[in-house]
Write a protein that binds this ligand. Structure first.
Ligand code: ADP
Ligand code: MG
Length: 697
């Protein structure tokens, strides 16, 4: 490892103590290495000239060629210089707030200049504040691509705007003078035809050409993703080796009896496949950490239930954790109904269970009377002790992080097997990274009889006809969901929205013909459940709700999902909501109501919903719009800490990097051999910088 990498940033030409302090505070640049890896976030092409006329459509930087036709200085104390600059297509103001006097002395009316800067709107006019300006006669070479760096207000005040940072990078490259040591072994460079590191770092800051820049970016992205995958795969291996899992040795009576006598319908092939995969894990003696992805309505619950029967048949207890009380209740009711005939005892534990009942539940868990515990997060608490917990299913919580998983582990001397189920399809690349240490199963088939859901986008002007449509559906004996958005900032406002909607609906559909249920976040769990059950039993025709019904609720007779202010919902939420219908009714509909004015993103979300019902396609678009960080939650995406690669855009590189990492570990599981020395060194270095990773799984 080369020493200069860890040289304190103060030692760089152009960085004094003051600037060093700021660089540390603002950009966390402490050492040479950090600056070297402070990559530009984009590039501007200095070889093209724009026209003044085009500037309105241009966002950001522009380069112009033209003449100065007027120079004026205004202001008394604080001077301000305004220069009228013209090309064949129009005129724009160049403005200086600082150094006006000096600048004025440099510029000449009538002379031809090249101007480069960021176009801004000021007052009502477009202008370019503090541009770079050079007389055409002084231009020696035309610059090509120029880097743009992230900076901050404080840094700018010390001259470290993007240009200032560029100069520092230039000084840095000169100072280390090509002394950059390669961080990938030669055989990988050759196999993947990668640019050497020294060249890549030079080109990432000072691209020689578009092609060189792309090669540099590719090289750096590949390296970043490759080491990440290597680390994840190693971790997975390690935890498999280290952790002995609970091993079962028979199918057991419950599974067989259920399969033969109580199965309510034929399993889909996908369900069978996944049950088999889980069974294999149980038999293997390895500890299972499995992610089950299956679109809304694909029948994950039954997979959970049947795999639980395998465990129970071998003398173990099981648990399932749901994200909401409503869902936990629904599982409880469903499980009890299906399993009571087998003599299996199911119990439920949520936040709203009374203290007295809770003690009884704890007691039954400890003495092993309870076979299946259904619950919410309350189940994670340390007071909840099992006699012999073998298997935990986590339903619909793709944010269920490593910390929570670890909590479940502690509930038995040998850690219980874990299955995480999610209908939010996680884009493949994200699954490969964030869940890189899990096995993945997919249910890629819906039960037979599912109908396509006709999806429409409607605005306020169509409300009457939408209401007419709903009335008609109800007259056919169908049920309707009407969902209102949840605005985090103001619960009261949410509530008002919802109540207004509720009243409007009640007025439109007067009793006794129609009955309306209502469910929202501020209701007590008991009341929510009561309302929910009325709807489930068909006693009410319309369910007015906030997103609490988002996941899991199952009412096959419901045929319309009407989503109010649909522009406020995220894509995966919309998809989840739509999945509540199309479960039995002849024909189902999803109506997305929105205002007339939509942002680009809202439009894209709604259009995607109208276009497709494919959960994976929707997930990809979602990740494109929101970025992976948002999907996982910042805390977890921070664990990935990617400098240059982007999981949504660089899907192909993720796959390539993972494949290569797999191949290498396949032939050299501990990265043995001289040819892998660089890999060992780099990996060690990276792990040292991620302390919390070493404790995981
Ligand atoms: P999700 O995967 O969204 O959790 P569920 O497990 O709630 O889906 O299943 C949705 C509906 O499909 C339920 O009513 C369930 O009973 C039904 N179902 C599950 N598997 C099958 C199957 N193989 N054939 C027919 N219906 C099924
Ligand atoms: Mg479900």
């Amino acid at each position: 490892m080369s020493d200069w990498l860890i040289t304190p940033i103060e030692y760089l030409k152009g960085v004094g103590p003051q600037r060093a302090d700021l660089l540390k505070k603002e950009l966390r640049i402490y050492q040479f290495e950090h600056l070297l890896y402070h990559f530009p976030f984009r590039y501007v092409d200095r070889s093209v000239h724009h026209k003044v006329k085009e500037l309105l459509e241009l966002e950001g930087f522009a380069q112009l060629k033209g003449r100065i036709i007027d120079i004026s200085e205004t202001g008394t104390k604080q001077k301000r210089l305004t220069v009228k600059f013209q090309d064949e297509t129009g005129m724009i103001d160049l403005v200086w707030f600082q150094g006006a006097k000096w600048m004025k002395s440099q510029l000449h009316i009538g002379k031809e200049y090249q101007v480069f800067g960021k176009v801004k709107i000021y007052g009502n006019k477009w202008n370019i504040p503090h541009p770079e300006i050079v007389a055409i006669e002084d231009i020696k070479i035309n610059k090509g691509l120029q880097s743009v760096y992230n900076s901050t207000e404080k840094l700018v005040s010390k001259g470290l705007h993007t240009r200032g940072l560029e100069t520092l990078c230039l000084n840095l490259l000169n100072q280390i003078n090509g002394n950059i040591y390669e961080t990938l072994p030669p055989y990988i460079l050759k196999r993947k035809n990668l640019m050497p590191l020294a060249e890549a770092l030079k080109n990432i800051h000072f691209p020689e050409s578009q092609i060189q820049l792309e090669r540099a970016q590719y090289r750096l992205k590949f390296e970043e993703l490759f080491y990440l995958q290597l680390e994840l795969l190693l971790r997975k291996e390690l935890s498999l080796k280290r952790t002995k899992g609970i091993k079962i040795n028979k199918v057991g009576k419950y599974f067989n009896e259920f399969y033969e006598h109580h199965l309510p319908f034929q399993l889909t092939n996908a369900q069978k496949k996944v049950i088999k995969e889980i069974h294999q894990d149980f038999l293997s003696g390895k500890h299972m950490n499995r992610l089950l992805q299956g679109d809304v309505g694909s029948g994950k619950t039954l997979v959970a239930l049947m795999s639980m029967l395998l465990m129970i048949g071998n003398g173990y207890q099981t648990a399932i954790i749901a994200p909401t009380e409503i869902l936990a209740n629904q599982h409880f009711v469903g499980f009890t109904e299906l399993l009571e005939p087998l003599g299996i005892k199911v119990d439920i534990l949520t936040g709203s269970v009374s203290k007295k009942r809770r003690e009884l539940i704890h007691e039954n868990l400890r003495n092993g009377n309870t076979h299946i515990l259904v619950g919410t997060h309350a189940l994670l608490e340390d007071v909840v002790q099992f006699s012999n917990l073998g298997y935990v299913v986590i339903d619909e919580q793709h944010r269920f992080g490593v910390a929570q998983r670890a909590k479940m582990w502690k509930k038995n001397t040998k850690p219980p097997h874990i299955l995480i189920m999610t209908a939010t399809p996680i884009p493949r690349t994200l699954a490969m990274t964030f869940y890189g240490d899990l096995e993945v199963s997919v249910i890629d088939e819906l039960p037979p009889g599912r109908k396509a859901i006709n999806t429409f986008h409607k605005t306020e002007s169509a409300r009457l006809s939408v209401l007419g449509f709903i009335r008609e559906q109800i007259s056919f004996g169908r049920q309707i969901y009407i969902v209102y958005p949840l605005i985090r900032e103001s619960e009261t406002l949410d509530y008002m929205n919802l109540m207004e909607g509720f009243e409007a609906i009640s007025r439109t559909f007067p009793l006794p013909e129609f009955k309306v249920s209502i469910v929202h976040g501020q209701m007590k769990a008991k009341d929510k459940d009561f309302e929910m059950q009325r709807f489930v039993r068909g006693e009410t025709q319309i369910m007015v709700a906030t997103t609490v019904i988002e996941v899991g609720v199952n009412v096959p007779n419901a045929s319309v999902m009407l989503i109010e202010s649909s522009e406020r919902f995220g894509l995966s939420q919309l998809h989840q909501l739509r999945g509540r219908v199309g479960r039995g009714a002849e024909k189902s509909y999803c109506i997305l109501m929105s205002g007339n004015k939509l942002s680009k993103e809202s439009k894209k979300r709604i259009q995607t919903m109208v276009r497709t019902q494919d959960g994976f396609e929707i997930a990809e678009v979602d990740m494109e719009i929101r970025g992976p960080g948002d999907i996982l939650g910042t805390q977890q995406s921070g664990m990935l800490d990617l400098k240059i690669a982007d999981l949504s855009r660089d899907a192909e590189i993720v796959t390539e990097a993972r494949n290569l990492a797999k191949k290498i570990l396949g032939s050299t599981p501990e990265l043995e051999g001289v040819e892998n020395e660089i890999l060992r060194i780099q990996l060690k270095k990276k792990l040292k910088n991620k302390p919390n990773w070493s404790k995981i799984s």
